[in-house]
Design a protein around this ligand. Structure first.
Ligand SMILES: [Mg+2]
Length: 268
């Protein structure tokens, strides 16, 4: 696995008319916050995503661990084609919404147990996402081992129909076999994505399935930050670099959509 090369912040990697752009959200478009609810979504970013949708002919999608409803809330009034819950739910460009069937009841007993173990622990946040449950410990990183062990024990009881996703300061228990790569492939089968070159930008271990998928589809995989090893071919340094790159794609394709001088200052 070669180290990813720097992706020039100012040079589009595929002509906008040929690009299908897939974007992770937390750690890629948005800076992390202590809890998922506290993220800052600058108005200028929402404006950029609207403009990107225009110049890309609609071929832009969010690929996130968050639920679709949460993505819509964060980026309102914009409702992009999206994959939520790491691909467990997918909304296509025509608005069709597909949610994988899974037995949400199967996980409920283990979810209750995890709540009992961690809900009173300072710095730990439990996020219920229907068939998935995520335990965040960004404010208590020393608990990484304890959380991982608890989720692994739950997984052992649930069996191979489930898996543990080990993300950045989060462990998630979820139905197996559905991931971001799967979601990108589903979106790539339909207009306006089909036939274009997929570009996926993400930061976390859970984005590696997406990198592998776009590599196989002869696309371009871009990691944000310095997590290694990775299957990504290219890299951008941080969230601010992703936003600058996105704005450059937009202004190159249509100078009338260039970021104006009175935009909010982007927080690095
Ligand atoms: Mg991320």
């Amino acid at each position: 696995m070669n180290a990813p090369n720097p992706l020039s912040e100012t040079k589009p990697i595929a002509a906008p008319g040929m690009m299908a752009l897939f974007l992770d959200v937390d750690g890629t478009l948005l800076e992390f916050s202590d809890t998922p609810d506290q993220v800052d979504v600058p108005k200028s970013l929402v404006q950029s995503l609207f403009a990107a949708r225009t110049v890309l002919g609609g071929a832009i999608a969010l690929i996130s661990g968050r639920a679709l409803a949460d993505l819509d809330r964060l980026f309102q009034p914009l409702h992009l084609p999206s994959a939520g819950l790491h691909g467990f739910e997918v909304r296509h460009s025509d608005g069709e919404h597909r949610r994988h069937d899974a037995d949400a009841a199967a996980i409920s007993h283990e979810r209750d147990k995890l709540h009992q173990m961690f809900e009173a622990v300072p710095g730990v946040l439990i996020e219920d996402k229907g068939p998935c449950v995520a335990i965040h410990f960004r404010r208590a990183p020393a608990l990484s081992g304890q959380v991982t062990e608890a989720v692994a024990a739950a997984l052992a009881r649930l069996g191979p129909e489930f898996e543990m996703l080990e993300g950045d300061m989060v462990r998630e228990l979820r139905p197996a076999g559905i991931n971001k790569g799967h979601a990108i492939r589903q979106l790539m089968e339909r207009p306006p994505f089909a036939g274009r070159t997929p570009v996926f930008i993400g930061d976390d271990v859970t984005d590696e399935d997406g990198f592998a998928a776009v590599n196989e589809l002869s696309g371009i995989s871009v990691i944000v930050g310095d997590r290694r090893p990775t299957q990504a071919q290219a890299r951008l340094d941080n969230v601010a670099a992703v936003r600058r790159w996105l704005d450059h794609v937009i202004s190159t394709a249509d100078p009338t959509l260039s970021p104006s001088d009175d935009r909010e200052t982007m927080q690095a």
